[in-house]
Every structure is written in structure tokens, then in C-alpha cells.
Design a protein around this ligand. Structure first.
Ligand SMILES: [Zn+2]
Length: 111
């Protein structure tokens, strides 16, 4: 359930601008996820300005839980990385798909 540049997030930070409309893929190099000071800086409001994969240059913010799970990903960022468009960070989308696959089918018959 993360916006961090993990393997499931294709090694990108998934961040939002001040409008909170879309999750953009921001290169991992902008902040070392193991460096607390750099991560703290990335979490400031507004955060530092960097260029996302789609070319959008903006001050970035760390998305909250709802944004990480439901906000649409930037289509241009997805296209440039070569991943499907969708909602939520790639890691969250994958986790959601796995949960749905494990969930037993409910009996639709009612007495
Ligand atoms: Zn983008």
C-alpha cells in the first residue's frame, strides 16, 4: 500500500500535484527511499519540484491512502513506462487484484 519506488511500483515514486487529480510516476532518483530526511522532504507540502515521467514539472506531494488506492494514474506516465493505465499505484492495484482472486465467490442465491 505504498507510493514508494518499490519493484511493484516499477521503481517510481507515485505522487500527486496540488490538484490531487492523478498519480504521476516520478523517477526514483529524486529521493532515496531509505533516507528519512529525503523522504521527509518529499512529504512536505508542497514538496520539492521535479519532473515526472510524462514531462509535467511540479511540486509533488505524497498521496494519502485514498489517493494511493483510488486515484487514476497519469496515462502518459503509464504509457512511457509501458504499464497499463489504471487506478491507484501499481502496487495497490496488484494487491487489490490478488485480494479479489483469493476472495471466495459469494453464493448469489438467496432464500
Ligand atoms: Zn504523469
Amino acid at each position: 500500500m505504498t507510493a514508494y519506488p518499490t519493484p511493484r511500483n516499477h521503481h517510481y515514486w507515485w505522487l500527486v500535484t496540488g490538484s490531487w487529480r492523478r498519480l504521476h510516476a516520478v523517477p526514483r532518483a529524486v529521493a532515496d527511499p531509505d533516507d528519512d530526511a529525503q523522504v521527509d522532504l518529499l512529504c512536505e507540502h508542497p514538496g520539492p519540484t521535479h519532473r515526472a515521467t510524462c514531462g509535467l514539472r511540479a511540486p509533488w506531494r505524497m498521496p494519502g491512502y485514498a489517493s494511493r488506492t483510488r486515484q487514476p494514474r497519469c496515462g502518459r506516465c503509464c504509457d512511457r513506462i509501458g504499464i497499463p493505465r489504471g487506478d491507484g499505484t501499481p502496487a495497490n492495484e496488484k494487491a487489490r487484484q490478488e485480494r479479489l482472486a483469493e476472495k471466495p465467490r459469494e453464493d448469489k442465491e438467496t432464500p
